[in-house]
Structure formats: structure tokens, C-alpha cells
Design a protein around this ligand. Structure first.
Ligand code: NZQ
Ligand code: ZN
Length: 380
């Protein structure tokens, strides 16, 4: 096992933490507050942010959409350059935070911003970013990843740079009170699949990473099983903290990873507009069935330690338990429930996947396009 682990984001967790924003951002910084489609204006978060920034000079930029597009974000890049902004504050879910990361890097680059996404430009400089998380799911508030869409070409791509990782994040679970059920369920599923992508590979000797992954998975199973309690403070606190810990670099440090469910899911979003987590709920069970030969030992371990399963065919039972879990919180687990047919997969999805994925996929690098086709046909 070999890794370097460093997570420099300062997290301010719990209620009444908005005041930290004013202390975190230098007083002489000119700030651009970034937000989405207006939920923060309806639930009072915008007011709390503006109060926290009362001693700062600041402007705002709203309208960042779910699955943020470079077309929208480049409007903010222009504003940053024209107004000589020195600090970005993202107030929202993964889309707004990812958008802020792109803006932070693109504002310091004179070429076309998509170069950052297609890998032809490596980020060397970025504005500092802070985050106020309103939707626990992606872990974007304390990692260096961002996923951006180019609407014109139906492409959804990611980049990773420590330079865009938020310097601080406010995690106040009371902001979740206005979340629609669909987004809460998305949050549980996204966090669950992040753990699976870093855990459901092959057995390792990394007892810290595996043990912590299992704790986080058990938390999410418990939250799904107590979904009726989702309006309670304790339930919301545990989801926000668990989702954060699921993708902050710790459980993936030095262990094999398999991001193929996400790679296939990003194409489903780019081509058919499905919510990020809804793509994962469809792809993961089908992928686990198709790749069970590689994953049997870890599926068995997960079944025993997370779902408390025993007896015959624990790996197969675990896949069923995962699918049941997603369904129990209202997610569809088949493409046909999203009105996507085998023909749609063959004619629209597979060509897009072929063009955009970083082949081959999987922890053993043995998932090629034919394997993806088999996975997706199982998922229909
Ligand atoms: O836009 P507003 O009006 O704010 O509404 C949002 C949006 O419509 C709403 N919302 C957020 N907080 C709310 C709220 N509504 C009421 N009350 C609140 N407190 O929720 C909707 C979805 O928001 P979005 O930010 O799109 O959701 P999520 O956090 O699931 O982010 C998804 C994006 O993150 C990327 C995904 O690909 C997708 O683009 N990911 C980023 C990752 C990362 N940076 O590490 C990893 C993930 O795997 C993922 O790929
Ligand atoms: Zn995800």
C-alpha cells in the first residue's frame, strides 16, 4: 500500500456556522457568490450568506444549473475577469460547487476553458474557493474534483486538481430542510455508490480504508431504513457527514478503485438528461451482476459486514440487497422506467460512451465497450 493523503479543506459542521464565512475569507478580497436556480433565495440561505459577508465587498452570479454547463459557467468567468474578483463562494449542491471549481481555474487561463476538461490544459493556477453545502451527496465540498457538461456536444467530463479544492466548507444540516425527497434520495444513492466504487473491487489488507467504508455503508443503509425520520435533525446530520466522508480521499487512499459506474452514468446524464444519482441506481446493480467474477469476494464481505447476510450465494444476495435499498427510497433501477430502450442504448448511448470514456474501465482494466453493452442491456 502506498499513498499520500492530504485533505486541506476546513469543515465547519453544525448549526450557526455561517459566521465562519466572514472569518475565512480575507477582508480585502472581492467575492463572487455563486448559486443555482434559486432554492437558496427561497429557503433563507442567501440571506444568511449575505449577512455573513456584510463586511466584504461582494457580487453574485446565479443560474448555475444541475449538471453545470460550460456555456453558463463561462458567463461567470467573464464576470470574474471584468470585476477583478479574488475569491469564489459556492452556495449549493455539487453542481454549484463543481461550477465554482471550473470558474476558479478557467478565470486564470487565457485559452478555451474546455481544454481543462479534455485534459489538454493542466490547471496551474486557480482562484480560492469556499463552499456552503446545501445538498449532501457528491463530497465536492472537500475534494478536488469537478464534473462539467458541454451542452452543445452532449459531453460530460471531469477534472481533478488540488488547486480548486475548497479552502473551507460550511456544513449546516438545517439547510437540508427544504430539500425535495428526490434530492435526498439522490444524496443517499450517490454517497453509497461513491463508497462502492472505492470498496467493491478486490480484497486488500487495508483494514482502515475497508473498515471505514463499511461503517459509512452501514450508516447509509440505516438512513435509508429510517427514511421516514428524514425530517429529524439527527438523521440529516448523519447523512451530511456520511456523504462528505464518502468522497474525501480517505477510503480510496492506496486501494484499487473502479469508477466505471460513474463513467457510464455520466454518459446517461449527458445523452438523456437523467439525474446523476438516478444513473448510478440503474447501472450499479447491472454492473455488479456482469462483473461478479471479479467482485465476488468483496461482495460477500460487504453482504456479511454491511447487510448482515449469511448462507449460500451471499454475493448474489448482496446485489439484490443493494437494488432493494435503492428502490426503498424511491429510485428506479431499470432504464425502461426512465423510458430508455435497448435501441436507445445501442444507437445513442454506446457511441457516446465509446467516444468519451477513458478506456478500459474497471479495477482490472477489463471493461471494454462490449462489456458496457452487456451491462447496459442488463440494466434496460
Ligand atoms: O439550483 P437550485 O435552485 O439550488 O436547486 C438545486 C437543484 O435543482 C436543488 N437544491 C440543492 N440544495 C437545495 C435544493 N433544493 C432545495 N433545498 C436545498 N437545500 O437540488 C437540485 C440538484 O442540485 P445539484 O447540485 O445538481 O445536485 P448534486 O449535489 O447531486 O450534484 C450533482 C452534480 O455533481 C456531480 C454530478 O455529476 C452532477 O453534475 N458530481 C460531482 C462530484 C465531485 N465533484 O466530486 C462527484 C459526483 O460523483 C458527481 O459526479
Ligand atoms: Zn457520484
Amino acid at each position: 500500500m502506498q499513498f499520500t493523503y492530504h485533505n486541506p479543506t476546513r469543515l465547519h459542521f453544525g448549526r450557526n456556522q455561517f459566521g465562519q464565512i466572514g472569518r475565512e475569507i480575507p477582508k480585502d478580497a472581492k467575492v463572487l457568490v455563486l448559486f443555482g436556480g434559486g432554492s437558496i433565495q427561497r429557503n433563507g440561505v442567501y440571506d444568511q450568506v449575505s449577512q455573513a459577508l456584510s463586511a466584504h465587498q461582494w457580487l453574485d452570479f446565479g443560474g448555475i444549473e444541475p449538471n453545470p454547463s460550460i456555456e453558463t459557467l463561462d458567463g461567470a468567468v467573464k464576470k470574474v475577469q471584468e470585476e477583478q474578483i479574488d475569491y469564489l463562494l459556492a452556495v449549493g449542491g455539487g453542481s454549484v460547487i463543481d461550477g465554482a471549481k471550473y470558474i476558479a481555474a478557467a478565470a486564470c487561463y487565457s485559452g478555451y476553458g474546455w481544454d481543462i476538461l479534455d485534459g489538454s490544459h493542466k490547471v496551474r493556477k486557480a482562484l480560492p474557493v469556499g463552499a456552503v453545502l446545501t445538498l449532501p451527496a457528491t463530497g465536492s465540498e472537500s475534494n478536488g474534483a469537478a464534473v462539467i457538461t458541454r451542452t452543445a456536444t452532449h459531453e460530460k467530463r471531469s477534472f481533478l486538481s488540488p488547486l480548486v479544492q475548497p479552502a473551507f466548507a460550511i456544513l449546516d444540516p438545517t439547510v437540508m430542510r427544504s430539500l425535495p425527497d428526490r434530492q435526498l434520495s439522490n444524496g443517499i444513492i450517490d454517497a453509497f455508490v461513491h463508497i462502492c466504487e472505492q470498496y467493491l473491487t478486490e480484497p486488500t489488507e487495508a483494514v482502515v480504508q475497508e473498515g471505514y467504508a463499511e461503517v459509512l455503508l452501514r450508516n447509509l443503509v440505516a438512513l435509508a431504513r429510517s427514511y421516514d425520520h428524514r425530517a429529524e435533525d439527527g438523521w440529516q446530520e448523519n447523512l451530511m457527514w456520511t456523504a462528505n466522508q464518502s468522497l474525501n480521499g480517505l477510503i480510496g487512499a492506496g486501494v484499487p478503485q473502479d469508477w466505471s459506474t460513474h463513467a457510464i452514468g455520466h454518459e446517461l446524464t449527458a445523452v438523456f438528461g437523467m439525474d446523476h444519482a438516478q444513473t448510478l441506481a440503474v447501472v450499479l446493480p447491472a454492473l455488479l451482476e456482469e462483473m461478479i467474477i471479479n467482485k465476488r469476494a468483496k461482495l460477500t464481505q460487504m453482504g456479511e459486514r454491511v447487510f448482515g447476510l449469511s448462507g449460500e450465494a451471499v454475493a448474489e444476495q448482496t446485489i439484490v440487497a443493494i437494488e432493494d435499498l435503492f428502490r426503498s427510497i424511491g429510485a428506479a433501477t431499470r432504464l425502461n422506467q426512465h423510458h430508455i430502450s435497448r435501441n436507445d442504448v445501442a444507437t445513442e448511448l454506446l457511441p457516446a460512451l465509446q467516444a468519451h470514456a477513458r478506456w478500459p474501465l474497471g479495477e482490472k482494466r477489463d471493461i471494454d465497450l462490449a462489456r458496457c453493452e452487456a451491462i447496459l442491456m442488463r440494466a434496460v
